[in-house]
Structures are given as C-alpha cells and as structure tokens.
Design a protein around this ligand. Structure first.
Ligand code: SF4
Length: 145
C-alpha cells in the first residue's frame, strides 16, 4: 500500500544558525520549539547536522568571520534546501549592513527563499515564514520526484 493520501514523503528538518545576531532573534527561533509555538506539529524537527537538514533558519547580520561557515553550512545541507532569513538583520543587515566586519544580510552570501521581518522577528511571523518555506520545499520535492 502507498503513502497515506496527503501525507508528506518526509518531514522537513530544520537547522538554526546564528551568523552574528544580538541573540534577540535567536530567542524567538528557540521559542518555536517550545510547546507554546510547537513547530514540531509541522514535522519540523531541529537538527544540528546540516546533512540532516532541509530548511536553514538564519539569524543575524553575516559577520565576515561567519561568512565561510555559512557558505559551508549551505553547501552541506541536503537538497532541496530552503533558507529563511529570520529578522531584519538576517534579511538586510539592518543597522549593521555597512559595518567594517559585516557582509550584510544572508543573501550577500547564500540564496535566501523567505525573508521574515522584525527586530526581533516575532514567533508568529517566523511560523508564517516557516509555513511558506514548507510549501516551497514540498513543491521542490514534487518537482524532483
Ligand atoms: S533583527 Fe534585531 S533582534 Fe534580530 S538580531 Fe538584529 S538587532 Fe537583534
């Protein structure tokens, strides 16, 4: 018997990486994993290994020290992979965009699929962004067969 109709072929696993944030957005991303916001209801399990992850949740402006780490992380993430820029700093670099030690937002280093605004990004906005990323991820899974 095949898969239950409407069921996903696999659950989207997530990995959170801080590229230089003040930790404000990190706290909100971690809140998603608590019973109050419970993103595991979407099948999103938090992982530490990029080879196990499908969706990267990135917080903070990208510091020059983190630039190569972020690129490596992206390259090691299994496909189809999605990137969510969580908060204003990750989306644009915000007040740090032209600091001597900052590259800018995440899209200055790797492709970004979903931008979630806010300083800090609120958990509700992050959930909206994650749900959008999930629908894009499922579409890509279908395209790849
Ligand atoms: S967007 Fe605001 S809360 Fe988030 S990392 Fe930047 S300064 Fe901190």
């Amino acid at each position: 018997m095949g898969l239950v109709q409407g069921a996903r072929k696999r659950s989207p696993w997530i990995l959170h990486f801080d590229t230089g944030s003040c930790n404000g957005c990190d706290l909100e991303v971690w809140a998603l994993l608590t019973p109050r916001y419970d993103v595991e209801r979407f099948g999103a399990v938090n992982k530490a290994n990029p080879k196990h992850a499908d969706i990267l949740l990135i917080t903070g402006p990208v510091t020059r020290k983190c630039e190569d780490r972020l690129r490596n992380l992206y390259e090691q993430t299994s496909g189809p992979k999605l990137v969510v820029a969580c908060g204003d700093c990750a989306s644009t670099g915000a007040p740090f965009h032209n600091c001597y030690n900052v590259c800018g937002g995440v899209d200055k280093v790797i492709p970004v699929d979903v931008y979630v605004p806010g300083c800090a990004a609120r958990p509700e906005a992050l959930i909206d962004g994650l749900v959008l990323a999930l629908s894009l991820w499922e579409k890509r899974m279908e395209e790849e067969g």
